[in-house]
Design a protein around this ligand. Structure first.
Ligand code: ATP
Length: 352
């Protein structure tokens, strides 16, 4: 069940929250809406769900124009960050709720609830009250409840946002596995680039009410279309006027085509990483990230002469562009890839 959003504009007073947005979500995919706070992700999700009316544009769900269809008739399952269950009903009754109000036969409802509780690994908790569940279990219950009525699409607004980092990580892997079993077209909102890169089939980068880029995790990470996407998806450093990822800077002992001469400022080892800061005369410090066993870095001393060359994606840096760096602004969740695996991405110097 695909979703097509065309020319969507949504204003709150004079503020433009969505500005002529086009997005296609392919049937059966798990798609992340990724971007900084206030960028319009939730608004986009709410318009798709029918909880918010757009000022212009269309929403097509499963090849049918849903723009004017009320939320309850869109066959959309929705899970919010702070999910509020019915506190006086058992877990099983919470999951059954949507089926009961649709007056499905009792036996069918019971069988479906059993199946869903197994799917979300809560079969042992069927008779508990929601207050007797952990936060992660409650969000799994919310997902089971949303799935109960067999929605065409599942929309998740930071479903794990309120949980601690470890549980969040478990649940994101679980969501991936669940999706592989159920295959319902799913869109989830996150501002955590690691979550999107790890879980999604497709990432829609949303910023300032516009779509910056759509692609697979590899595409947006390896071929960012602009400085914003480059910065948002992971740490960056500036080399010869362009942005590059610190782990995509090659360190050479001699001059080579395309390489820039630099002087070693400092080299620190942090766990398995080696973090080099090298000074390029006239253009400032460059951060380089390698592994501690990397022979090109291992024996460097402050003052040594080296040559630096970008070996990964490079994006021209606009000098006046606003700085939105993943290492600063992205969630306290896990930073991206090698560059940030210790939780203290190299940026503008050696971490203390
Ligand atoms: N009901 C509303 N009235 C006025 N402004 C709103 C309303 N809802 C959202 N906005 C504004 O629209 C912009 C986009 O909000 P939205 O919640 O879609 O962003 P988001 O990308 O989901 O951010 P976050 O990650 O913080 O949830 C924000 O600047 C927000 O203040």
């Amino acid at each position: 069940m695909s979703i097509q959003v065309r020319g969507l504009t949504k204003r709150f007073g004079s503020f433009v929250a969505l500005d002529d947005v086009d997005v296609t979500v392919r049937s059966g995919t798990l798609t992340a809406l990724l971007g900084p706070s206030g960028g319009g992700k939730t608004t986009l999700l709410r318009v798709v769900a029918g909880l918010e009316q757009a000022d212009a544009g269309t929403v097509v769900i499963d090849d049918k124009d849903a723009t004017r269809v009320p939320a309850r008739r869109r066959d959309v399952g929705f899970v919010f960050q702070h999910y509020a269950p019915f506190g006086h009903l058992s877990v099983a009754r919470n999951v059954a709720f949507g089926l009961e109000i649709r007056k499905r036969p009792k036996a069918e409802t019971a069988a479906r609830v059993d199946e869903l509780l197994r799917l979300v690994h809560l079969e042992a908790f069927a008779d508990r009250l929601p207050s007797e569940l952990s936060g992660g279990q409650r969000q799994r219950m919310a997902l089971a409840r949303a799935l109960a009525v067999e929605p065409k699409v599942l929309l998740l607004d930071e479903p794990f946002g309120a949980l601690d980092a470890t549980v969040r990580k478990e649940l994101r892997q679980w969501l991936r596995r669940l999706h592989d079993e159920v295959h319902v077209t799913t869109v989830f909102v996150t501002h955590d680039q690691a979550e999107a890169l790890e879980v999604a089939d497709e990432i829609v980068v949303v910023n300032g009410g516009r779509v910056e880029q759509v692609g697979t995790p590899d595409e947006v990470y390896d071929r960012p279309v602009n400085e914003f996407v480059m910065r948002f998806l992971g740490p960056t450093t500036s080399l010869a006027g362009a942005l590059v990822r610190p782990h995509d800077v090659e360190v050479l002992a001699a001059a080579a085509p395309g390489a820039v001469e630099a002087e070693v400022g400092s080299l620190r080892r942090v766990g398995f990483e080696a973090r080099l800061v090298a000074h390029v005369p006239g253009s400032g410090d460059v951060d380089v990230l390698g592994s501690r066993s990397d022979p090109a870095l291992r024996d460097l001393r402050p003052g040594d002469r080296v040559w630096l060359r970008a070996v990964g994606p490079v994006v021209e840096a606009a000098p006046s562009a606003p700085s939105v760096d993943a290492s600063d602004d992205v969630a306290p969740g896990d930073p991206v890839g090698v560059a940030a695996s210790s939780g203290a991405p190299v940026r503008g110097g050696v971490p203390a």
